[in-house]
Design a protein around this ligand. Structure first.
Ligand SMILES: C[S@@+](CC[C@H](N)C(=O)[O-])C[C@H]1O[C@@H](n2cnc3c(N)ncnc32)[C@H](O)[C@@H]1O
Length: 411
């Protein structure tokens, strides 16, 4: 197994439902823990035995360190390891260590442990005695327990394995944005894989317009390069993060906004996994708090935020009042001369969307609106990889559905 080097790679490995990554890590732990716990109690530290003591300990410490590092950057993996039985194995190892510590008299050697300068993972380090090895392993076990506690996973965790369906729901969705140049897929975790019922929690899942607007953005990268971009009602954040990839480190920036705090937490996690934190950030923005006549920015909690060059929004209107509030938010958040791209299902599929163009015009914005199909946006573009099959997994997708594509400008 290739060692993952980043949260993104860990998330990719977690997507293998047939061979769960958490179980693979636990298997690796078992294969190093068994020789350690079986052979250690009988090792007498003679000169030739010290190498064997060091090897047994290092093998176990290496996998414990791997589990510590990977689970510390992935609360999801920490949880999966726990329910897959990691804690039972760690408790067994710790029991053996604690018994040996007691037998060997830990107190007398505490000072020696503090004075050590070389890491036991250093290939040239040799353990001078069994007690030091036992202390190191026990401490490594407790550092993993501390991560579980930090992520509010009970330690030890009662064993309750995940079903395949639960694993599928937990694994992030993977969106290959384009094949040339090859880029790592964007990983998007939903808060839940169940379609949500109220306006408050609709951002917990992916909606089809997010895929289409992401494809549009990828096919038209020049709109976004070196620009300040803001996404309204970002939900799981596919579109804004696709723009984050376009903007890269070339001087632009992307702010993903939403009004729901759980959605914002999920957005932050997705941005972190996709390693886009340098370019993409999050802020709370509620359409309903915007006045629609501000000349110097949008507000959140009494604080004014600067207008941006480009706004994007996918499927953010679910009723007439949303259309009014959204048009106000666009007016307040967009710089004069700026542009806003909005995609949403048409009135056959969504409420409130058919009055949106008129509401924008009422605010003094220019709004060109056309009805398109998914193929109109996807076919022939570089971002075809995002594809029609990505739409199938989105909430509220109906084959052959039509979409509004609005281009709004402010003079
Ligand atoms: C149907 S979801 C679409 C999410 C995402 N854009 C997509 O297409 O997958 C609507 C989004 O608008 C957000 N939203 C709803 N009412 C809002 C409001 N008053 N202010 C800001 N965001 C709101 C929801 O939290 C949700 O993320």
């Amino acid at each position: 197994m290739v060692a993952p080097e980043s949260p993104h790679q860990v998330a990719i490995l977690r997507r293998d439902i047939d061979d769960p990554y958490s179980l693979r890590l636990i298997e690796q732990l078992l294969s190093s823990a068994e020789p350690f716990t079986l052979r250690l109690p009988s090792i007498t530290p003679t000169a030739q035995n010290l190498d064997s003591l060091t090897n047994l300990t290092r093998n176990l410490l290496l996998i414990l360190e791997k589990i510590r590092v990977e689970s510390s950057s992935s609360p999801e993996l920490t949880f999966e390891l726990a329910v897959d039985g990691l804690h039972t194995q760690l408790s067994k190892i710790s029991r053996v260590c604690s018994r040996l510590e007691e037998e060997l008299g830990r107190d007398e050697n505490d000072d020696e442990e503090v004075e050590r300068t070389m890491s036991p993972l250093d290939p040239s380090y040799v353990y001078p005695n069994v007690l030091d090895a036992v202390i190191d392993v026990n401490e490594a076990v407790f550092s993993i327990a501390a991560i579980a506690t930090q992520y509010k996973v009970k330690f030890p965790s009662p064993l309750s394995p995940l079903t395949i369906e639960e694993r599928q729901a937990r694994a992030p969705m993977s969106y290959q944005l384009a094949s040339s140049p090859p880029s790592p897929p964007l990983l998007i975790s939903q808060v839940s894989n169940l379609r949500q019922g109220s306006q408050d929690d609709v951002g917990f899942v992916m909606w089809p317009s997010a895929v289409l607007l992401a494809a549009f953005c990828l096919n038209n990268p020049d709109i976004f390069r070196c620009r300040s971009v803001l996404e309204l009602g970002a939900g799981c954040g596919l579109t804004g993060q696709a723009v984050g990839r376009i903007v890269g480190n070339g001087g632009g920036s992307v702010i993903l906004t939403d009004f729901n705090l759980t959605t914002l937490d999920n957005l932050r996690r997705n941005i972190e996994i996709n390693e886009l934190s340098d370019v993409v950030s999050t802020k709370r923005l509620d359409f309903y708090e915007q006045s629609g006549d501000s000349s110097d920015g949008w507000v959140e909690d009494g604080v004014k935020y600067e207008q941006v060059d480009v706004i994007i929004a996918a499927d953010v209107i679910c009723k007439d009042e949303d259309a009014v509030a959204c048009s106000k938010a666009i007016f307040d958040a967009l710089k004069p001369g700026g542009v806003c791209h909005v995609i949403s299902g048409t009135g056959q599929h969504r409420y409130g969307v058919d009055i949106f163009q008129g509401e924008c015009i009422k605010r003094g914005l220019a709004c060109e609106s056309v009805v398109v199909t998914a193929e109109d946006i996807l076919v022939g573009g570089e971002a075809l990889e995002l594809g029609l099959c990505s739409l199938q997994t989105c909430a509220g997708f109906v084959p052959s559905m039509t979409f509004w594509k609005h281009v709004i400008t402010k003079s």
